[in-house]
Design a protein around this ligand. Sequence first.
Ligand SMILES: *[C@@H]1O[C@H](CO)[C@@H](O)[C@H](O)[C@H]1NC(C)=O
Ligand SMILES: *[C@@H]1O[C@H](CO)[C@@H](O)[C@H](O)[C@H]1NC(C)=O
Ligand SMILES: *[C@@H]1O[C@H](CO)[C@@H](O)[C@H](O)[C@H]1NC(C)=O
Ligand SMILES: *[C@@H]1O[C@H](CO)[C@@H](O)[C@H](O)[C@H]1NC(C)=O
Ligand SMILES: *[C@@H]1O[C@H](CO)[C@@H](O)[C@H](O)[C@H]1NC(C)=O
Ligand SMILES: *[C@@H]1O[C@H](CO)[C@@H](O)[C@H](O)[C@H]1NC(C)=O
Length: 652
Amino acid sequence: MGRLLPLLSLLLTVSHVFAVTVYNQVPLADQTNTASSATYTGAAAYDPTVLNPPPVPVGFVTQVSLNLQATSNNVQGLSPPLRGSFLGFSIEFSVINQVSDSFLQVPFLNLMSNIRERAGEVRIRVGGNTQETATLVDSLPGGVMMAKAAVDTNNPTQTPAILYTPEVLYLLGNISALVGVKWFLGIPFNDTTNLRLGIAEVGEAVLSGPGYLLGFQVGNEPDLYAAHGHRPATYSPYDYFGEFGVLVNAISADTSIPVKNNLVAPSVSGTWSPEDVFNTGLVPAYTSSLGFLSVEHYPTDNCYAEYGIGTPVSPQDIFPTYLTHNASLALVAPYLNASAYSASQGKQFVMMETNTASCGGFPGVSDSFGAAMWGVDYALQMGVGGFWGGMMHVGGQDVYYNPFTPPPTNQSSYHQWTIGAVYYSSLFIAEALGPTGSAQLVDLTNAITSNGGPVSTAEYTPVYGVYENGQMARLVAFNYVSDGSGASAVSFSFTVQGGNVGSVQVKYLQAPSVADKYNTTWAGQTFGGTFASDGRPTGSLSIQTIPCDTTSSTCTVPLPAPCIALIFLTPTAFSESNPSTIQTFATTAYTKTVNTATINPSVLATSNGMNGAERGTVASTSNEGGAAGVRVVMGWGAVIGAIAMGALGVWW
Ligand SMILES: *[C@@H]1O[C@H](CO)[C@@H](O)[C@H](O)[C@H]1NC(C)=O
Ligand SMILES: *[C@@H]1O[C@H](CO)[C@@H](O)[C@H](O)[C@H]1NC(C)=O
Ligand SMILES: *[C@@H]1O[C@H](CO)[C@@H](O)[C@H](O)[C@H]1NC(C)=O
Ligand SMILES: *[C@@H]1O[C@H](CO)[C@@H](O)[C@H](O)[C@H]1NC(C)=O
Ligand SMILES: *[C@@H]1O[C@H](CO)[C@@H](O)[C@H](O)[C@H]1NC(C)=O
Ligand SMILES: *[C@@H]1O[C@H](CO)[C@@H](O)[C@H](O)[C@H]1NC(C)=O
């Protein structure tokens, strides 16, 4: 039921897409159908398919070394300063009918809190196709905050429009106050002769004062408007330029939108390159309106399995392509010119939506430990390549790649959340880049040697350096190889030239194999397998201290196969990424009684800023009533339910 419309829309997307090769263009991923592996018939998000890890590469070199500079003075290829919130989330702006019945808010808060305490903030983009037709209204029947409008039956490709009330924006504000989320929102762009600026008016009033608003996306994949039938077939980058100008003028004239320099464009997905739009002169023409320049991209698609469109792809065959450093190099290379251009124009460059594969991802790939490794490498490579941040897409139950998935509505009284591979990527990045905003990345993979010579298999053992305030602070070292025998464990030796390193602390992101999907640990802790998490890591924290040769500042860190090691070179680099207390929301509220959940008002009083050490554990989910200033009853569920579940695996 309700599948036909998005399917038609996708068909148009895909048929268009396969005519285009420039950016390995694929349709974006929120439009998915129920998928299943050969023997499994449940929802994709819980698919148990486990693939075989690729074999150990021939000639794999296990003794590798690296010389590093203690300061960044003479280091080539440094990224701009970056923040630990680099790898955020992208969530479709949508609604599901029965949210008041089914939501699980506390795990979401915990998941965001984990990142905020390490990175200082969390970035979430709420948008996608459904942002284009969303309409803000004063109120809705029954007091709900979101509802779908009727579909125009004359237009088979039209996405059902969302109606929503200002409560939605207040709730985003409430989430931000608790767990430091900063939002990208989208201004509807389906009809620029009748602009609807309500989201900017109310969004700025509610979110921009406290600094919770990053910007407003102007058009979601305008390069696909023609293919989707939302604009004439002749629609070009110059038409987008013109419409962008209409919006800028409308915002200029709207006194209810005081902040006028936070627009995000062009969010193209590859049918047009970003340069196609930049070459219209958009950026200099509207530089005082633009806050960010943006793209959206997935490396490939699984549309054949989902819709019978395109070419079949075997998950087992494609799996190895995610499991080398080449994957992230290839993803970022097409954007290096656009990111350099953005920098030259004084704008941040952001990947607004991405994940392992569109059309839902691949079973056994998108939900594997290998995807977590891929996500870390990709994010770091985007950082090196001049991106300011990237957003991992969250779909519904029907996709394989979710960073987190609430249980199906009718299982919410007995199941918890399922934490996916790329959530670990985001958590890792939070610690690797830390909260200072001064982290500068360098890709050191090409400098890896063995016995003085280059390493032929270095693409399986990439290394990144992180400088903070000009000083070497952390290293990230991968071993992409799976080998339970222990024979492929890498001995990674590095010398910090001009440094004075007595010992290092090491945290591992690890699993028994790249194919594993239930046994991922981060510094010994895990969110478990399917339906296993309330958003807090469980198990004992495990941090290795490894002594170094203090005379030469040479350290040797083992890299089990597979793993990613985060190596802290200074006590400061360690402590700022490892808050002594993480604010969490202990709960039993993953039941339908969640409407009675409240958050102790003291949380709100202490939740700004990021010093976790000052916070007690905040645990109350019993009904304490009247939490001053904190909107919890109903609303939490509606919004978190909508944003976490409603990414339109569900098409009403
Ligand atoms: C744009 O979306 C609004 C709200 O859903 C709808 O009323 C309007 O008809 C749409 N306009 C066009 C041109 O599709
Ligand atoms: C929380 O929501 C309530 C309304 O439900 C609103 O009055 C309040 O301003 C919101 N708080 C924040 C910090 O946005
Ligand atoms: C880089 O981008 C700029 C701005 O769009 C464009 O003018 C230039 O041709 C591009 N260079 C390359 C090598 O693509
Ligand atoms: C990775 O890239 C290098 C350099 O272009 C190439 O030699 C190597 O074969 C690539 N590896 C894979 C697995 O594609
Ligand atoms: C839950 O809902 C789904 C979809 O409506 C239905 O197929 C399934 O049987 C339900 N399961 C239970 C345990 O009620
Ligand atoms: C992984 O976790 C599962 C479920 O908790 C457990 O049964 C299995 O033994 C673990 N496998 C490995 C290799 O650790």
